[in-house]
Write a protein that binds this ligand. Sequence first.
Ligand code: ATP
Length: 890
Amino acid sequence: MDGLTAAQTERTPSRADTPRDAHQLTPAQVETGLGVDPGVGLSSREAAERVAVHGPNQLAEPARRPEWLKFLDQFRNWLIGILIIAAVVAGAIGDIRDALVITVVLQINAVLGYLQERRAERSLEALRRMLVPTARVRRDGTEQLVEADILVPGDVVLLEAGDRVPADGRLIVAETVEVAEAALTGESQPVAKSTAVTGPVPLAERTGMLFMNTALTRGRAEMIVTATGMRTELGSIAEALRADAEPPSPLQIQLDSLGRRLALLSGVAVAAYALVALTRGESLADIALRAVALAVAAIPEGLPAVLALTLALGVYRMARRGAIVKRLASVESLGSATVVCSDKTGTLTLNEMTVRALWSGGRLHEVTGEGYGTNGVVRGGEATLVSALLPFALCNDAHLTDDGFVGDPTEAALVVLAAKAGLDADGLRVELPRTGELPFDAATKYMATFHREPDGRTRVYVKGAVDVLLGLCSEVVTEDGVSELDDRCRGEVLDVTRQLGGSGLRVLGAATAVADGAPDQASLNGLTLVSVAGIADPPRAQARDAIALCRTAGVTVKMITGDHADTAAAIARELDIDGDVVTGAELDLMTPQELSRRIDDIGVFARVVPEHKVAIVRALSERGHVVAMTGDGVNDAAALRAAHIGVAMGVTGTDVAKEAADMVLTDDDFSTIVRAVREGRAIYANIVKFVRFQLATNIGAILSLLGAAAAGLPAPLTAAQLLWINIIMDGPPAMALAVDPAEDDVMRHPPRDSAERILDARRLIAIGRAGAVMALGTVGLLAFARPWAGTDTALTMAFTTFVLFQLFNAFNARADQGPLLGRHQLRNRTLWWCLAGVLVVQIAAVHLPWARTVFGTQPLDPVQWALCLGTAATVLLVELLVRAVKRLVR
Ligand code: ATP
């Protein structure tokens, strides 16, 4: 067996050797060179063997940073730098114990930070793996969807508008193909491609070739892969492979500047304190010790790691529920979204198309049967059916299979319709071979194919939006046979369209003509309209509820569709989307100012082309909205980029749309967007909670130290104790707050103002208040206990009180939005475990002999413990009191 494989492996390179300069060879030469019949493709065995020779179709990843360097990165933070200086200062003035503890705690902090970062990184990596690129290939004679990294030279790849080219290849079929090659050649306009041979020309002019990572913006193509992985043109440009680091999100920037300001504050506090202490004649060593403690107290060194982890875990959770967020920063925007603009087909509806009505020969026929099964009939009018349905069957790329269909759902529904009338679309396509085509384009809203008839003439078959077809037709088939498309007939067709659309059906017309010219747009005139089909696409069951939820959450939903206004309005009514219906043609007549003035009243945009979406996003942004916009087509990329949150469809979306988007839906379902908004709000709320929690600790510590100094008392917290507090608080309790389950009412508030700073005046005051209460309690208890318990015990009580303050303050922080007391406070079990853990650890720090040596503590008796606990509870009581007063005042 091994021998056989080896022999074949040796043989394969000669047969499957990549033809150099394939653009100078004809498709046939490339086929022979690579040993492939394009109608059949490679066999899976051959493909497997070639992978063994050529390796996977992957670009080399940039070298990974070794783990030990990532660990050392933890010390590169400037906040940590200050702490290292603090340790050195402590050591220099002979406080070896503090110096040691600071050093040990810094190590623990680094390990925690490293572990948190690694967990965040893993979640994000898992996320990236959910978006592996795929390619449509022909292998073993059938079309298959495979992961792009198993492509090999010789593979036949099938591409359509919006697809990313997965490897370098020679075009063998090219129907009006245009490709965006900016990534490779810098050419900003899409370039036209064909199968023609070119000479020894530069890359940008090799029109017979497609290159990896460029994108088809128009048409349909087949290519034979000539180079994969690092042997592609892209692979040879090392520079293009450098992954750009994600820029810091607005939240990260805000928190960073917050850290800086706190450090500055501690600098000022240290200076002020030193000045006072010097005039009082305190020893330099004492001053230095307190300065060290102050610096340690002020620095929120754990914050960045918790933030990174919260975002990463949050997006991972969202991904498991169908929304893959590509940029962490979009989580913040999601939480403040005020408008969701959603495509209709496939997102608000199921994209399960069934033809329900057919207008042909001047009469409307009912079509029975459900889904893509062919059990059903077209009632009446058999005489005209064959000619009425030929365009639908031939101008169509879908195929029925045993378990459904391959291709576009709309087209599959039309093949089913033909089958119900006894027409075999596959057979017809063999009988009347296709000689040319104009693929469907959301902008033109029609598709045309050219076929050779038995008598040698060429006939064009067209299907598309009826209003567009009417512009191309001069005749129509009515009850009396073919007649001129006069105003009366036109009125009749429009009535039918309105009637079908009004009941929520998608309406598609069919037309035909003899075409003697070249297969291009110019030959599409003087057509005969032969039939009109009404296609049902039921709304998604959850969409209505999700839209209702948006309403209570202050998020407006707008429907955007290429469909007819009547169809769109009917579906919008079913889904309960309010607002005016405006068509693309009407949008064209509005100035940007006018649109922006009216936009809040519009609920449905019908018959729009993707370019309108950009105008819609602009108008909404102008009104101060935070916009989520969905898209799937190649032309949607601009709107997806313009929106605050571009949302691409994972199933039906093109590669180009997915790349431009901030978020990809794995189930294309509208309600997933709404769930993501909810999750975005919950994540933001949790970030607020732990920032509030940690900063109150920092402020409390600074105020306690300054307060004690001002009162002429010894420092209530040593540097080592402060770091200890930081570690036990920054770690488990902050993390527990970060993964707090979403409050039930997150979707009952209006969206957060996107310009809101994470620490607005209200939160700053709350943090300041909590800090002040902690300082008062800690210093007050120190002053109170010192005369009867002795300085050492009083200091231990102060330390213990300060720690217990944090436990109570966790509940204040948790109730940033909601009520302070209630059953919801019991819901986060992790938090309760963490708080219990902190309490146990504190008991150990006070009562275990070795811990006492480290922290310089004294054992406390039950009364002293009770005093500490009682004092610490005041932080919760004060918050309750403040809220009660506020309610009274209001
Ligand atoms: P969305 O709601 O996601 O924007 P849509 O289905 O409403 O999608 P398009 O797919 O752009 O919008 O369709 C617009 C119109 O083009 C349809 O109303 C129909 O008349 C026509 N159409 C749709 N699919 C085809 C097709 N495969 N061939 C020809 N015409 C089509």
